[in-house]
Design a protein around this ligand. Structure first.
Ligand SMILES: [Cu+2]
Length: 337
């Protein structure tokens, strides 16, 4: 009996030390980004108890093993065999009942956390999300707004209805904890209740192509009044955008062009549009061409027609755009100088 008492005490001491060590290393809590959503609370709660369970189970295995190796080691001159024994009903019952109970507790904790994460608020607002190589687009159907930044009002559940126009992407804001795949041909739902005003980022968490690492857009949790102000501002901008240039810019956001083309001269997967209109473009075959309307329109409809030096013609997907839409995009590209 004495051994059991000693081992029991050692297991508890070791479990506490292991937990303290993990906590010190930042694994228990500090490693996480801030908790910016209601859903993150129950997920972090589960995580915390998991660290506790890990600390205890680690000690439960390592301490008796080390204790036996040291205390019951073979003494000098002892050549006898180990004691032979067969069956122990009490032990069998104990090691069946305890794990059964543990698994039930774990199942309860898991379903509780899942239930909290998925809790539906009937007053949730709906925002449509479109994922495309390599950017996110957010549409507010109630207000007729399309934006490449996701603005959310604090303390209000939103449900994102997400679609992909090409491959599988994954919507992940670490501060919200919850992650959801976006699969072509399907609408996936993502519910979140932001609780902390701040600027975050949505990152694509599913390797989706060459510029996957750059597939990130701003996520801004606003106070209710800032959110309303943003909506009003966007609606006004949408009205002002009725010009061809404005419509063209909206089209480049909506079709995800700006996931590959920068408008400020920086290099991305595709050539920048800054100063493109009217410039002389070097082609892969060594010739040059002046970027007039005809060239731009041809490049948009079929980027493979003329290959720009230094870029791969295979990455730009084909688009079906009306002649008017093309003209609007070209009008917009012309403003970039
Ligand atoms: Cu992606």
């Amino acid at each position: 009996m004495g051994h059991f008492v000693i081992v029991g005490i050692l297991v508890i001491v070791m479990a506490i030390l292991t937990y303290m060590g993990l906590d010190l290393a930042g694994v228990a809590t500090q490693m996480h980004p801030v908790e910016a959503s209601l859903q993150s609370l129950s997920i972090d709660w589960l995580w915390h108890w998991q660290i506790v369970a890990i600390s205890f189970l680690f000690s439960l295995i390592v301490v008796p093993m080390a204790y036996s190796m040291i205390v019951f080691r073979r003494r000098k001159g002892d050549t006898s065999d180990g004691e032979h024994f067969e069956g122990n009903t009490t032990l069998e019952i104990v090691w069946t009942v305890i794990p059964l109970f543990a698994v039930l507790v774990l199942a309860y904790m898991g379903s509780y956390s899942l239930g909290e994460t998925r809790r539906v608020d009937p007053n949730a607002i709906t925002i449509k999300v479109k994922a495309q190589q390599f950017s996110w687009t957010f549409e507010y159907p109630e207000y007729g707004i399309v934006s490449n930044e996701l603005h959310l009002p604090v303390d209000q559940q939103v449900v994102l209805k997400m679609e992909s126009s090409d491959v599988i992407h994954s919507f992940w804001v670490p501060e919200f904890r919850v992650k959801q795949d976006v699969v072509p041909g399907r609408v996936t739902e993502y519910r979140i209740t932001p609780i902390l005003v701040g600027n975050y980022k949505v990152r694509c968490a599913e390797l989706c192509g060459a510029s996957h690492a750059y597939m990130e857009n701003g996520v801004i949790v606003d106070t209710k009044s800032d959110y309303d102000a943003w909506i009003t501002e966007q609606q006004a901008a949408a009205l002002a955008n009725q010009t061809p240039e404005g419509k063209g810019q909206a089209l480049t956001v909506k079709n995800g062009c700006i996931g590959c083309h920068s408008v400020d001269g920086s290099k991305m997967t595709g050539p920048t549009w800054f100063g493109l209109a009217g410039s002389t473009v070097e082609l892969a075959d060594g010739t040059t061409v002046v970027a007039d309307d005809a060239y731009l329109s041809e490049s948009i409809l079929n980027s493979k027609a003329k290959e720009v030096a230094g870029f791969s013609p295979t990455v730009m997907p084909p688009y079906s755009l009306t002649p008017e839409e093309i003209a609007n995009i070209i009008a917009y590209i012309k403003t970039l100088k």
